[in-house]
Design a binder for this molecule. Structure first.
Ligand code: UN1
Length: 478
């Protein structure tokens, strides 16, 4: 089997070792073999990015626009094929995977446009005759470290703005799902980025990630992944006084009030908690339900869960694909046991399922009679497991929704303008959803959270410029 190589300083180069990319719907199916970079190769990539930076920072906006637009066009033209690869390596359903690929293409398209809209400000000085000009400049070499759950969209929403604003990139995708990342890298490279501007270093966090964290030649690191690794990125970055941006966990609430439209509330819960196998940092893992609608909501949701088709990600009709791998499945199972031992009531699911092929299939699980103090309501599980909390009224619902160390996305289902408005203003989260699932966001508006979920400037949309550029204030006496 051919080994998909790393791309360093303008050349495809093999790693010391390579790993198999396994299909979680069928563990006998090897998606491909992918090189794992050594520490030295990671350092070569950083050096190449450094060397390429001065020229790229001064490159014309037309060149950068054209490269990004070309990447966007190829991703969109190949979305079915790339979606198939993504579903095969990560396990989200084919429609979800194709949607994710399209999102990646749209992100490149958005930032291709942003290149042409780069602007500064001219401001009057307090000193007569002096001119003040505020402009944005690229930051330098950006280290990009991405998770396995969005194998192409998250790389796209970090790489596209990095390149758009004139930075060089060292990109380390998740070791578990290098396939979509490699395909994206191949598209970017063929679109004509100059040597050294974009580097792909696949491999382990303990080797490649560590090398990136500990290298002074990286000016900024953007990371999406676990809280534990996020803290390491933060510590290493503070030590070097480098810019960093973290997107970590979530324990997102979906509040359902007595006056909610029951069908909308159940749709939001099924989509938000269980689609993409619950493996989204925006997943609604806590369903906070007022007592007047509680029993009807639980009954309707349980009925929907019974009918969900859990099967091979690429099979037509599948609604929930497999869990990504054995270790994530172990984590999901251990939290299901923790929930039971904490006294929560498992009303549905949590069983390992057998399908035609050996895969990590798990029946979506729903707990009821849970409370804010239970570990299943405080810690991110990252699987198809959700819990219902029964509350008396809106005030208790808001309090429970905010009672979490995280603050990424927060949802409410209600027909009351008063409660929707109050919730929008008082939810302690970076994103609020009214009568919509907590997960599944637009690509052209800011994305990010508060509290333990995020650190640093927002991602996506025009707000991405805050991280990927640095501001210069120039005073001139003409
Ligand atoms: C979405 O819900 O559409 O890792 C995006 C994650 C997030 C992305 C979620 N950074 O799940």
């Amino acid at each position: 089997m051919t080994v998909h190589q790393n791309f360093i300083g303008g050349d495809w180069t093999g790693g010391q070792e390579a790993g198999d990319n396994i299909n979680p719907s069928d563990t006998g199916d090897v998606v491909g073999r992918y090189a794992r970079a050594t520490r030295q190769q990671a350092e070569e990539a950083i050096a190449a990015a450094r060397a390429a930076f001065p020229a790229w920072a001064r490159s014309g906006i037309q060149q950068r626009h054209d490269i990004l637009a070309k990447v966007a066009a190829e991703i969109l033209a190949r979305k079915e094929e790339l979606g198939g690869l993504l579903a095969r390596e990560e396990g989200k359903t084919l429609p979800e995977a194709i949607g994710e690929v399209a999102r990646a293409g749209q992100i490149f398209d958005f930032f291709a446009g942003e290149v042409l809209r780069l602007a500064g400000e001219k401001i009057a000085s307090t000193r007569p005759g002096v001119e003040v000009e505020v402009t944005r400049e690229p930051v330098g070499v950006i280290g990009i470290i991405t998770p396995w759950n969005f194998p192409i969209a998250i790389p796209a929403w970090k790489i596209a703005p990095a390149l758009a604003y004139g930075n060089c990139v060292v990109f380390k995708p998740a070791d578990l799902v290098p396939g979509s990342a490699w395909a994206l890298a191949d598209i970017i490279i063929r679109a004509g980025v100059p040597a050294g501007v974009f580097n792909l270093v696949m491999g382990r966090g303990s080797v490649v990630g560590e090398a990136m964290l500990n290298d002074d030649r990286i000016d900024a690191i953007t990371f999406t992944g676990s809280v534990g690794t996020g803290k390491k990125v933060a510590a290493a970055s503070v030590e070097r006084m480098r810019k960093f941006q973290l997107e970590m966990g979530g324990k997102n609430p979906l509040v359902v009030l007595d006056d909610a439209d029951l069908d909308i509330a159940v749709d939001c819960a099924v989509n938000g908690a269980f689609f993409s196998t619950g493996q989204r940092c925006t997943a609604s893992s806590r369903l906070v339900v007022t007592e007047g609608i509680h029993d009807r909501f639980v009954a309707a949701l349980t009925e929907r869960l019974k009918g969900l088709v859990v099967d091979d990600a690429r099979k037509s009709g599948t609604q929930i694909g497999p869990v990504v791998d054995q270790s994530q499945l172990d984590q999901d199972n251990s939290y299901i046991e923790i929930g039971k031992s904490e006294g929560a009531n498992l009303v549905w699911g949590g069983e390992r399922l057998n399908r035609e092929t050996p895969g990590f299939f798990l029946q979506p699980a729903l707990f009821t009679e849970t409370s804010s103090q239970m570990r299943i309501n405080r810690e991110e599980i990252f699987g198809p497991v959700a819990s219902v909390m029964r509350v008396k009224n809106y005030e208790e619902a808001l309090e429970a929704a905010n009672d979490t160390p995280f603050g990424l996305s927060s949802g409410i289902c209600t027909t009351s303008l008063k409660h929707a408005t109050h919730y929008r203003r008082n939810a302690e989260a970076g994103m609020v959803m009214v009568n919509l699932p907590t997960a599944g966001v637009d690509y052209h508006v800011p994305f990010g959270g508060r509290k333990g979920s995020s650190y640093g400037p927002r991602e996506q949309g025009r707000y991405a410029a805050e991280f990927y550029t640095t501001v210069k204030t120039a005073y001139t006496l003409p």
